[in-house]
Design a binder for this molecule. Sequence first.
Ligand SMILES: Cc1cc2nc3c(=O)[nH]c(=O)nc-3n(C[C@H](O)[C@H](O)[C@H](O)COP(=O)(O)OP(=O)(O)OC[C@H]3O[C@@H](n4cnc5c(N)ncnc54)[C@H](O)[C@@H]3O)c2cc1C
Length: 414
Amino acid sequence: MDFNDTPEEAAFRAEARSWLEANAEPVDPNEADHGIGELLTPEIVAEAQAWQKKKAESGWACITWPKELGGRAATPMENVIWNEEQGHFKLPANIFSIGIGMCGPTILAHGTTEQQERWIPRLLSGEDIWCQLFSEPSAGSDLAGLRSSAVKDGDEWVVNGQKIWTSGADICEWGILVVRTDPEVVKHAGLTYFVVNMTSPGIEIRPITQVNRAQGFNEVFFSDVRIPDDQRISEVGNGWTVALTTLMNERQSIGSGMGIGALEELIDFASEIEVDGAPAIEDRQVREQIADYIVKARGLKNTSLRTLTAISQGRPPGPEASMGKLVGAALQQEAASFAMDLAGTSGALLDPEATPAAASWQERYLSLPGLRIAGGTDEVLRNIIAERVMGLPSDARADKGIAFRDIPSGPPNS
Ligand SMILES: Cc1cc2nc3c(=O)[nH]c(=O)nc-3n(C[C@H](O)[C@H](O)[C@H](O)COP(=O)(O)OP(=O)(O)OC[C@H]3O[C@@H](n4cnc5c(N)ncnc54)[C@H](O)[C@@H]3O)c2cc1C
């Protein structure tokens, strides 16, 4: 593996950098980030949509997607370069992470040409925002245990049930939805995958307030919601296969954000803040701690490059992609906690006016536990690594081979 850019990659990087310099402001380490669960005002949403539109018009939106649908058919390595370069610039709230990171790739992999032409260009240009309606009150890690149901009625499906933790449901036009269409078979076999219009009659969205006062996610209730059959993405009963594509993309897109960038910000922060009358960065223990984080981040980057090498050689990304999120989320949480310690007493405040770095470390510290849960909890990711990377015996599964209706928790919506 060669870590340097090839001449073509260097030329691509220069082109990306030059477009970004002409169209965006460099990152200001003293300005707070848009946190995971920030309250999304209409102004923030409009700003994010305008940025996405600008990228789409210049050919820099969803660059790995097919040219005929608005992308530029870039290689995975070019995508890494683009993301690295974007990381140096101030970007609006990332309200498209679910649409672009999960819904789009799933529709590209499993949707019909008609479905792709209907949804992908508007998703890519930021006109439509998408959400993921998977988790339920009793189905998170055990997603295949979900109970929301759909029953066929002519050319439509009638959906009833409840979803929870649906990020951004209150600002979305469309959502990807997995529901049970057959309770008589084993739990993974009776699921079907749909796209649902979030303004459909019968959908009720209730925001959930988080520890950092934001309302990043919602409860979503379905009461006799009708979905046309042409919005079905999977074969009836084969939703689990399609859901796995979404989940793999989710882990990869969450994991790939865990980089050196946040640690560069930590170095800037430690250079500006004083401890015992001198910049914190001059303290040997502070430097050692930051060096330790950087070693871990480099290890993560090299692991993700191994995944990229596999993709560029035509091999699928393996379950080792789970490592990025497992190690990266914990690493970011530790780094945010360390930055708050460096800030002394003001480190405990979440007040952009009163605290160093505009409270961005506090904001991250409060948001990051969610990242260790979303897209697979730490424990579930460890199970995946143990079973599929290390080849250890699988977790005990008491409901294996049992029809969903006969699992002791009861039938759907009971
Ligand atoms: C910030 C955030 C955003 C989210 N956004 C969305 C979204 O947009 N759409 C959506 O559908 N969902 C979303 N979720 C939900 C997320 O997918 C679930 O929270 C996650 O899958 C865990 O499910 P759960 O909360 O039901 O916890 P549970 O599955 O009930 O887990 C509870 C505890 O048990 C442990 N556990 C469970 N099973 C095992 C096992 N087999 N072995 C060992 N330990 C186990 C878990 O690790 C955890 O500690 C989001 C969550 C967060 C935090």
